[in-house]
Design a protein around this ligand. Sequence first.
Ligand code: ADE
Length: 277
Amino acid sequence: MVMGSNEAPNSFLPLSVVKSSAWWQLLCGALMRIDILCLFPEMFVSPFSHSIVKRAEDNGFVKVVTHNIRDYTHDRHGTADDYPYGGGAGMVLKPEPIFEACEDIGQLTGVGNIPTILLTPQGRPFTQRIAAELAAQPQLMFICGHYEGVDERVAEHIVTDELSIGDYVLTGGEIAAMVVVDSVVRLIPGVLGSDESAADDSHSEGLLEYPQYTRPEQFREWSVPPILLSGNHGEIAAWRRRQSLLRTALRRPDLLDKLTLTDKELAWISDSLSSQR
Ligand code: ADE
């Protein structure tokens, strides 16, 4: 992860040469570039310095660059927010530094029309499907709101999408951006190894994932379901599918409404639920 927007990936090259995405990708070897605009870039250091996001960066699948909105203010105090017109509680992020930062990032990377996502509790609910769509983009930009929100002109004239990670209010968009970036990066083709495939993840097919077990086969008085030790891959796949259906029916029945299930599956769910009552 890189903090600050104006650094060229190779100090021998003038910025004007680096101002094309093709050059940027050639120099960095990165398939996707993610810029994050926020008030607290330091918050991203630890979460992105471990595990899969770190490995994805090290292996050149993604480059994450954080930018401090205050770096684009022009007064002595670095004023990024102001009182809301019309009165009311809280402060609103000013438009000028955000516009300047976005223009700077767009120029730096040579890409116009970068998908630009505002993290806000008013956004559309973030889902695995949206994560998969974003993972197919060559470049993304995230704007993290704070205080009472962001001047509406940012949403109207820069932002291409608004996302919420849930119906609750965080102190700022940074944690939401971490959630979204983490779930997007692991879906970039090649980032997960074959033994870490995302295909069976909860939500990848609209269902919750089946229960998983590892060694030991017997732990205290609890043993692993015998079918998983049978070596019969067809039977195991069928058991997992049924477990996914049952788990989803019990925990998230709203998800089942969006799926087309076979009559056999529907009957099996109904029988299992009635035998559990
Ligand atoms: N900023 C504050 N709360 C948020 C939420 N629930 N989702 C996205 N961004 C936010």
